[in-house]
Design a protein around this ligand. Structure first.
Ligand code: 0O2
Length: 207
């Protein structure tokens, strides 16, 4: 069925999906190593946990249609940067920028774009730091740089985003206006929680 859908580009699509999977494997492993290193040297890692996901085919097709892109693998590679996705969840807001500084210093990662939805939250109330990157992947006979999206957010931001996402689905993306306002309010509460936890940490570190 899928083979029919892609016609003579089927093998190219399959090949590219493997590249995205490789990028996820690479990023997950790199972050696991950094997490261990931080734990070992400092007894504390800014990484709380990491989650990976591949964008589903229906979601890719929807996005390409929305962007008026031809359903071709070259358009996917050039213009859809979030097929491979990795989410890093932290305990504190400051940890997000600590992780960013680390990622910026790596030479196996090329940061193409930083979208700071913490400084500039989305109208929905959504907060998170998004990085569009290219990650270095060693194949048997050559090196490729695979596009990926890294989302970095606190537990509080993640709680809000995951719950809001579920509600959007429940209401088929047609959430009543009053609920939208309450969701924005809830996002502000999650933000206040992050501020308070950060303050408590500073107090404890001072002692
Ligand atoms: P899924 O299932 O993760 O694929 P772009 O054209 O890429 O520049 P895009 O895709 O709108 O623009 O990028 P954006 O807004 O920077 O990031 C989109 C992703 O951020 C979403 O993925 C969500 O994971 C998350 N996100 C953005 N806004 C919200 C929000 O209001 N609520 C929640 N819960 N998540 C949000 P996808 O593609 O929607 O889904």
């Amino acid at each position: 069925e899928i083979e029919e859908f892609f016609g003579d580009q089927f093998h190219q699509w399959r090949e590219h999906f493997r590249y995205y999977e490789m990028a996820i494997t690479e990023l997950e492993s790199d972050l696991g190593i950094i997490d261990l290193d931080w734990q070992t040297r400092l007894g504390y890692s800014p990484i709380e946990h990491v989650k990976t996901r591949m964008k589903t085919l229906p979601s890719i097709v929807r996005k390409m249609k929305r962007k008026d892109l031809p359903l071709e693998v070259s358009a996917l590679w050039e213009h859809v940067h979030d097929v491979a996705g990795i989410r890093i969840v932290t305990s504190f807001r400051d940890d997000i920028y600590e992780i960013l500084r680390h990622l910026e210093a790596r030479d196996d990662l090329d940061i193409i774009e930083i979208k700071d939805y913490i400084k500039y939250p989305k109208p929905s109330g959504y907060r998170s730091l998004h990085l569009i990157v290219k990650t270095k992947v060693y194949l048997a006979e050559r090196i490729i740089w695979v596009p990926a999206e890294i989302q970095i957010r606190t537990l509080a931001m993640d709680f809000w985003a995951a719950t809001e996402h579920k509600l959007q689905y429940k209401y088929q993306h047609d959430v009543p206006e009053s609920s939208k306002e309450e969701l924005i309010e809830a996002a502000l509460m999650a933000d206040a929680l992050d501020t308070q936890m950060g303050r408590i940490r500073q107090e404890i570190l001072k002692k």
